[in-house]
Write a protein that binds this ligand. Structure first.
Ligand code: SF4
Ligand code: SF4
Length: 90
């Protein structure tokens, strides 16, 4: 379970300090080489146990930029999720 940052990210940095588990890295640290922020799927806990909704998505000013589909109780999946799948670091 993890959220993913899509290519609509504008590198504003609003999300990175909100993450309680330091799962987010900036464009310079993005292991895919894309010039956008990135969430490590193996670190992200979708804020379960920390917040009622993903804190990064709450902070993000770009609608639909941070997406997830693995809903837990009381935490609906984000709308309009693209079918790109969750990036996995090899
Ligand atoms: S959903 Fe929560 S744990 Fe996952 S990247 Fe966003 S802030 Fe971090
Ligand atoms: S808050 Fe949203 S737009 Fe800003 S860096 Fe994070 S994912 Fe990108």
């Amino acid at each position: 379970m993890a959220v993913m940052i899509t290519d609509t990210c504008i590198n504003c940095g609003a999300c990175i300090d909100e993450c309680p588990v330091e799962a987010i890295v900036d464009e310079d640290e993005n292991p895919t080489g894309e010039e956008i922020y990135y969430v490590y799927a193996d670190k992200c806990v979708e804020c379960v146990g920390y917040h009622d909704t993903p804190a990064c998505a709450e902070a993000c000013p770009t609608e639909g930029c941070i997406q997830w589909d693995d809903a837990t109780d009381g935490m609906p999946a984000s709308e309009n999720r693209k079918s790109k799948g969750t990036p996995v670091v090899e």
